[in-house]
Design a binder for this molecule. Sequence first.
Ligand code: AMP
Ligand code: MG
Length: 694
Amino acid sequence: MADWSGGNDRGPTPKADAIWTCVAGEAPLYHRNRQAAEDWLTARIGDEIDAGRRVLAGFDFPFGYPAGLARALVGEDDPLILWRWFAERIEDAPKANNRFDVAGEINRLFSGTGPFWGNGLKRDIHDLPRKGRARDFDAVPEWRVAERRAKGAFPCWQMTGAGAVGGQVMMGLPMLWRLRDRFGAAAWPFEPLEDKPLALVEVWPSLIRKVVAEAQRADEVRDAAQVRVLAAAVAALPPDRLAKMLSVEAPEAAAEGWIFGLGHEDTLADAARAATALKPPALQNDCFALPPGVEWTPVDAALALLRDRLEPVTATETVPLGDALGRVLADPVVARRSNPPLPNSAVDGYGFACADLPVGDPVLPLVAGRAAAGLRYEGTVPPGHAIRVLTGAALPDGVDTVVMQEDVELGAGEVAFRAGVKAGANVRRAGEDVTAGDEVLAAGRVVTPADLALCAAVGVDRLTVRKPLRVAVISTGDELVEPGKAAEPGQIYDANRPMLLALIERAGHVPVDLGRIADDRVRLRAAFDAAAAQADAVLTSGGASAGDEDHVSALLQQAGAMSLWRMAIKPGRPLALGMWQGVPVFGLPGNPVAAIVTACVFALPALGLLAGRGWRVPQGFDLPAAFSKRKKAGRREFLRARIRDGRAEVFRSEGSGLISGLSWAEGLVDLPEDTAEISEGDAVRFIPWSGFGL
Ligand code: AMP
Ligand code: MG
């Protein structure tokens, strides 16, 4: 994207109102004058084309004039002949050019005064008025059709003044003509893009001015922010959207040109927001390294380490409330408005000023009119008077107390009730729920339906949320067969993958199914590459120990970023953690019972942290045991369990291959390291699946 300029050399120091360019994903570049900018554009576009890439180059000035100019100058409506006409006449040097003279020359072709106006030079130019008001012409329209639709655009006849584009067009078209000539480019929308290596496209960053303002960095020149954000947005457009924006239906576009994205501002703004959202840095390779000398890691020490080393990896985006359910808040939500915004009535009844009540049972004259929800009573209720109010009505001036309609007797134009109504009765104070400026929701919160009500009430209609965490799942093992396929006696069905995919979905992340991989290092490596490209984290099952066929740990080891955690946990034990191309990999044991226990205990809290939710400790509660058991002290144990009659029952066997017990269970009993013996009736901690976030 290029922000062009019609002015003279701006000196060596980057500044505003000069030429700025930005290649999507790179830093904006300053060019002190048009010659330097054209050299750079020519070199860079050449490099891109040589590298086999097609280029869309955007320039922020009109590619054509209102219909009529071309006919007057070159005798036909072809805007490209107009480009050549300017290329032949414009003389351009860093410190001087003939743009005002050319404007005067064109004006001379028309009867009347104009259409060009504005002279930045000291000397007068014959036929070029200094003021737009001095013009008088009717041969060409003031605006192109596109400019009439683009709010805030300037007409191309204006050659001077803040925001004027007249000079830019004249000083830009010759450069476009040369680029088109050199690279065989297509000038949009005049020529089909087809398979041309370069598309020259008219853009206007003000179409997304709000996003540019949001994304502009503290010390960034606005022109730099404009080209940076626009380049990022266009590069991020899905191909179908891009194609749609490039196909223009307005018939005038063929002669006058068009503004890319006009009529698609929201799509462009969304792409810009998504593309410029801050992305957190990648995690360090050594983030899973255990302190030296650690042999069997206690579960809590491992959890503390994960909590300490991991951080959110998801980018942020701003979405309307309707799209925010279940999303993770990236920023706290601050009330823009108090709730209620004004004091209002909690009941249907009669309002008055309490301090002015007479002694004894009051009988108050009623003022005409009433206050209802959404219908303010504009007057002031005089002391000693009452007014009809309905639930939710803002209290009229002069009212601070409401008596319920059930507690009054209504006469002709008056209302009577018993003495003793308390000041402020039946009134909701302004801000009694929330005061404007309060933080109502913390970052990291997963948005609930009730949160949407709260946000709406306090005037917040868009939320900055994190993109969902994408979690890839891979099963490994030569023995695995896809459910539904014929299985040899020595084969087993892949049970972990459907379980882990569902677990991720239940936890609110996006599962990415990468299938089954045989115990084959080459294939597994390819699967890891695919996972790192498509997901923010990876769960594998199987092959996580240190045996010959344990390729998950072997591969991570080769990548130089693996920690084999030997956990003091049953079931579970080996857990391979590593980084693959910056993406954390959780190598879970193959055994389905061990896989789900380690997923619940280690992976889910870690994924929550990566997703931006902060660290959540699984929530359980104590129940009397309906079983007795001896266990090895020094090892944490998780048993498949369920609640019956207020007690925690465990599955009949602890065999770690028994998947039926997993399905039987409604949660896990969590037995601490130091416990050695449990008798019936002892309190044990039960964690329902929902306590893990499932
Ligand atoms: P591994 O960790 O690869 O040594 O596997 C341990 C045990 O879990 C072996 O008996 C495997 O057959 C079994 N296993 C591994 N992956 C799966 C799976 N996806 N579904 C069911 N069982 C599995
Ligand atoms: Mg295996």
